[in-house]
Design a binder for this molecule. Structure first.
Ligand code: NAG
Length: 111
């Protein structure tokens, strides 16, 4: 696995953690009645970062995401939503609110 991609991903999770640890996010999460939808791109081929199978979603990215979420000062209820479209559409789905965040190789986005 390429080291710079790992580092970029780890840095992205630190940013996510910082944002999601804010009191405003904690209050929003406490008031939330629905699970956060975390989109994961469906990849055919390279599965070390995100590995979508019948058994669920695993991979280095998912491990990092779960480790980050477990460090939050509140319980975040979320589910992974497999997203089988282009990266642009993935980004769009987060900015339009269809999904709350996305986890994938290279980066993570939240809105
Ligand atoms: C992806 O998940 C499947 C099912 O758990 C597993 O058999 C496979 O080895 C995994 N692939 C990678 C690259 O981790």
């Amino acid at each position: 696995m390429e080291e710079h991609r790992r580092l970029a991903m780890a840095a992205a999770f630190v940013i996510l953690l910082t944002v999601w640890s804010s009191p405003a996010m904690a209050m929003a999460a406490a008031a939330a009645t629905e699970k956060l939808k975390i989109a994961v791109p469906l990849k055919h081929g390279f599965r070390a970062f995100v590995n979508v199978t019948d058994q669920g979603v695993t991979g280095y990215c998912i491990d990092l995401f779960e480790a980050a979420v477990n460090k939050l000062p509140y319980r975040l209820i979320y589910e992974f939503v497999v997203f089988d479209r282009s990266y642009d559409e993935l980004v769009q789905s987060v900015s339009s609110g269809i999904n709350d965040a996305a986890v994938g190789d290279i980066t993570i986005i939240a809105d």
